[in-house]
Design a protein. Structure first.
Length: 242
């Protein structure tokens, strides 16, 4: 008896598309799981300050020493410190917080290079997805301290400034540490972005450049004690709610 050929009910293209959709669905579950797990771990950490900075700075560097001093002062002042959990200036901030009286929180992520968890973390959370990690940096931040860094630091800074400029998050203090490092960027913003009317001159008031640890602590407190600012140290006063 001759065999009869049958056309498959699902062709290869449809099968591949369905497999891709199934994978995307599992990714969505992973993202939700990552969010739930992180928020449960970070539920009681406010008030907190998020630090951004290079992974490539070494202990003993001037930026490393200054970052550690700032984090220590803020930790002693009652702020928990959130960092990327890695080496370099993230480690410096973690170390300063760890040696202070408040908590050091590391939001770690696995990268092909640079990122390995530092040893100065009271709370350590591992992330698979960059954007969910960034949500946690913003969600619990009562202020930001941005130290010198590369593309990753610039990405984090620009996102924070955009959220504040567009009023998607509260106007919490943003401090840029390293006048010599950041002044070129500020000059470019003034001479290009502002001059071309791509932003308003008052948008440059979103951040402050400061290198003195005591002055940074005083500035952050002054922003919260200013009655004209819609800021509060209440634990339910999160920067953003999802």
């Amino acid at each position: 008896m001759a065999e009869t050929k049958k056309n498959p009910s699902v062709n290869l293209h449809d099968l591949l598309m369905q497999t891709q959709l199934d994978n995307e669905s599992w990714h969505a579950f992973e993202i939700v799981s990552e969010y739930v797990s992180a928020t449960q771990s970070l539920d009681k950490i406010t008030p907190a300050i998020s630090f951004f900075g290079s992974a490539r700075s070494k202990p003993g560097d001037s930026n490393y020493i200054l970052t550690e001093q700032i984090a220590y002062k803020l930790s002693e002042s009652g702020f928990n410190i959130i960092t990327g959990g890695g080496p370099g200036l993230m480690e410096a901030a973690s170390r300063g917080a760890f040696n202070g009286k408040s908590k050091s929180i590391g939001l770690n992520i696995v990268l092909p290079q640079e990122q390995s968890p530092n040893l100065y973390q009271d709370i350590s959370i591992n992330f698979k997805y960059f954007f969910m990690r960034k949500v946690m940096f913003v969600k619990y931040a009562f202020a930001y301290v941005v130290t010198p860094g590369g593309f990753g630091t610039l990405d984090e800074l620009s996102e924070v400034l955009t959220l504040i400029q567009t009023k998607k998050s509260k106007r919490v203090p943003v401090v840029l540490v390293g006048k010599f490092f950041w002044q070129g960027l500020v000059d470019w913003l003034e001479n290009q972005i502002i001059k071309e009317n791509f932003a308003h001159s008052e948008d440059l008031q979103i951040f402050k450049i400061c290198d003195d640890p005591e002055e940074i602590v005083d500035y952050i407190f002054s922003c919260y004690y200013d009655i004209n600012n819609d800021l509060s140290f209440e634990t339910n006063n999160l920067n953003i709610h999802l």
